[in-house]
Ligand binder design. Structure first.
Ligand code: CU
Length: 146
């Protein structure tokens, strides 16, 4: 009788362990779906390129409360792309800036009004599902010249 109870206890604890391991793995393996990228602003002259139906970066950053420029190089011959910034990467979220589409190969520089600090989304409104990234607006790191 005592042995059976012991076995049962061992069994229960190993089931619990397995469950814990599964939960731990499940928690971290969700990163396949858009773990937010991060980057820090280095100025207000941004560059972005679109080679072969994607952007060349998944994170752009600019300084808060300062107008900035985005030099956008569409390298896709015969394909139109644009650049927009929205509050979040989801349909229907507020668009803060939308640049005119250009057909590659071509380069345009967008003048974008100042934005408040925050984390936004940038995307090509024509191909948002595979052309999008994180847009970070942040204050200059302390200690850097104003
Ligand atoms: Cu596009």
């Amino acid at each position: 009788m005592d042995r059976t109870a012991r076995r049962l206890a061992t069994r229960v604890s190993s089931v619990l362990l397995t469950a814990l391991v599964l939960v731990a793995c499940g928690g971290s393996s969700g990163s396949g779906q858009s773990a937010p990228s991060t980057c820090a602003p280095t100025g207000t002259a941004l560059t972005l390129a679109a080679p072969s139906l994607k952007f060349d970066t998944d994170c752009l950053a600019t300084l808060a409360n300062e107008p900035f420029t985005v030099k956008f190089e569409n390298q896709d011959s015969g394909t139109a792309h644009n650049f927009l910034i929205s509050v979040a990467f989801s349909p229907g979220s507020d668009v803060l800036f939308q640049g005119d589409a250009i057909t590659g190969v071509n380069t345009v520089t967008y003048d974008v009004p100042a934005l408040a600090a925050g984390t936004y989304s940038f995307e090509c409104s024509i191909h948002p599902s595979f052309m999008h990234g994180t847009f970070i607006v942040a204050s200059a790191p302390s200690g850097s010249p104003a």
